[in-house]
Ligand binder design. Structure first.
Ligand SMILES: [Zn+2]
Ligand SMILES: [Zn+2]
Length: 285
């Protein structure tokens, strides 16, 4: 069994439609794939309709959250949520707030860039996004197409970097509130790439323990951005805290180098995750 529980389609910031993503997963020999677009479930029905026979699809999402340390600025954290009820009012309301927030943020970034003479137009970016969540990756691609920067990575390293004058911060959900909402909706919250220091500041063990106390059920241990010592540390924490251990590629199509299935989840851990999720069911034969 090859199980990859974290992928992005073009409904958020991946490059493949949900149908194309599932075809990629199938061709790569995966048995199970989780669809976890940022802050939206818009890809779920598309994935259910396009699922190739033999492939199990776990409906999920990656929620943008914040951890608020007592003595330092907040840290951006990502929470994977699986098998929750997409219609749960409290959770759906929070997702709506986040989507509006993300859209506004993109618009403000583009307006600031355009005001300084960069050839980017918000309406054109929205139109080209295909109706999903429009975020900084879409702005980055527009900058590449306009010849301002050479690549999406270069855009993120310069104009879209958090140190750039064009950067606009987000008002993400407190991660403990996010965990509570996922659980209330019958879902399984898993802390995504928790020690990926190459992505920026990471939380300490105290935060992960607090998340477990708030109802966290799993840790994403095997992730392309985790070094071996970071994986070992997280595995130890999961063991101490009684959490499910997952592994996944965080596939984004051609927006990132990582192939689908680059990291995988053990079958017994997947079974534990399935048993804990009561808000919706996986799509399978
Ligand atoms: Zn993430
Ligand atoms: Zn992701």
């Amino acid at each position: 069994m090859r199980i990859d529980l974290h992928t992005h389609s073009s409904v958020s910031d991946g490059t493949e439609s949900p149908a194309e993503l599932l075809a990629t997963a199938h061709a790569a020999g995966l048995d199970v794939v989780g669809l976890t677009d940022h802050d939206t479930t818009a890809g779920w029905s598309l994935a259910e309709a396009a699922r190739p026979p033999g492939l199990t699809v776990v409906p999920g999402m990656e929620l943008s959250c914040r951890w608020f340390p007592a003595d330092r600025p907040p840290i951006s954290v990502h929470l994977l949520a699986y098998l929750f009820d997409p219609g749960h009012p409290g959770f759906a309301g929070e997702r709506g707030r986040l989507r509006a927030e993300r859209l506004q943020r993109g618009e403000r970034i583009v307006a600031a860039l355009a005001a300084d003479g960069y050839p980017v137009v918000w309406d054109r970016i929205v139109k080209r996004s295909g109706g999903g969540v429009v975020g900084r990756p879409h702005v980055a691609r527009a900058l590449v197409e306009a010849g301002v920067v050479e690549s999406v990575d270069a855009a993120f390293a310069t104009l879209l970097h958090h140190g750039s004058p064009y950067y606009v911060a987000k008002a993400d959900t407190d991660v403990r509130e996010g965990i509570a909402l996922v659980r209330a909706a019958g879902g399984v919250p898993v802390f995504a790439h928790g020690l990926a220091t190459k992505r920026g500041r990471v939380v300490g063990d105290d935060a992960i323990a607090a998340m477990a106390e708030a109802g966290l059920l799993g840790l994403e241990v095997d992730h392309p951005d985790h070094a071996p010592h970071e994986r070992a540390h997280l595995r130890g924490l999961a063991d101490d805290l009684g959490l499910i251990v997952t592994g996944s590629s965080d596939y984004h199509g051609s927006n990132k180098q990582t192939p689908i299935g680059a990291c995988t989840t053990a079958p017994d851990q997947f079974e534990a995750l399935l048993a804990a999720g009561t808000g919706s069911a996986p799509y399978r034969d």
